[in-house]
Design a protein around this ligand. Structure first.
Ligand code: TMP
Length: 214
């Protein structure tokens, strides 16, 4: 039915906000699923383990890019498309824009190539709406570390890498203001939740896709 993605640098609070949005939509009568990338379906979760395991520090950047795409190819076909076909609202923690920000802007792969690869992996599927939670890199990394205790392979990257990711996101958002809504991650949790609800309500209304399930 409608495909909503959440993006942001490390520790930007996406997970909390996805949970809150899911509760809100369920209460309003929509059927939703919550999922994530990398991962989201059994095979894709195995690829996630490979990608995030800090022991895999020798992973080549090209391998990393292809594994993120492989995870997406599987996830889209196993989970996202079937849910959309059933009329569900799909809430996904990270998607194509993460690949462009992390592997494109931060690792330095050609953005044109990544856009083509993204399109191939997702079978042409694009989000209807993307919520980008923007946050200072230092603060985000501190929050992420506090939450998880142990750093994953990507979190172990230097601050300069994560600064490039954030700059990349802001550049991507600037190019697609219709789809990507920037929200200040420093605002209070409640304020962020309310802002997201406004964007989502508007999208659901505009799409004329408010066929409730109850
Ligand atoms: P997270 O699910 O805990 O946010 O961790 C996923 C990590 O993978 C995060 O550091 C962002 C990174 N990532 C990429 O580098 N490229 C991608 O395409 C995706 C989906 C995630």
């Amino acid at each position: 039915m409608i495909f909503i993605t959440f993006e942001g640098p490390e520790g930007s609070g996406k997970t909390t906000q996805i949970d809150k949005l899911q509760k809100y939509l369920n209460k309003t009568g929509f059927t939703t699923i919550k999922t994530r990338e990398p991962g989201g379906s059994p095979i894709a979760e195995k690829i996630r383990e490979l990608l995030l395991d800090p022991a895999n520090k020798e992973m080549a950047a090209a391998t990393e890019l292809l594994l993120y795409l492989a995870s997406r190819a599987q996830h889209v076909r196993d989970k996202i498309l079937p849910a959309l076909k059933k009329g569900k609202v799909v809430l996904c923690d990270r998607f194509n824009d993460s690949t462009l920000a992390y592997q494109g802007y931060a690792r330095g792969f050609s953005k044109e190539i990544i856009e083509k690869f993204n399109n191939f992996a997702a079978g042409g599927l694009k989000p209807d709406l993307t919520i980008y939670l923007d946050l200072d890199v230092k603060l985000g990394l501190k929050r992420a570390h506090k939450r998880a205790g142990k750093k994953d392979r990507l979190e172990l990257e230097k601050k300069a890498f994560h600064e490039k990711v954030r700059k990349g996101y802001l550049a991507i958002a600037k190019k697609e203001p219709g789809r990507i809504k920037i929200i200040d991650g420093l605002a209070s949790r409640e304020e962020i939740t309310d802002k997201i609800a406004v964007f989502v309500d508007r999208k659901l209304k505009n799409a004329g896709k408010n066929s409730r399930t109850c």
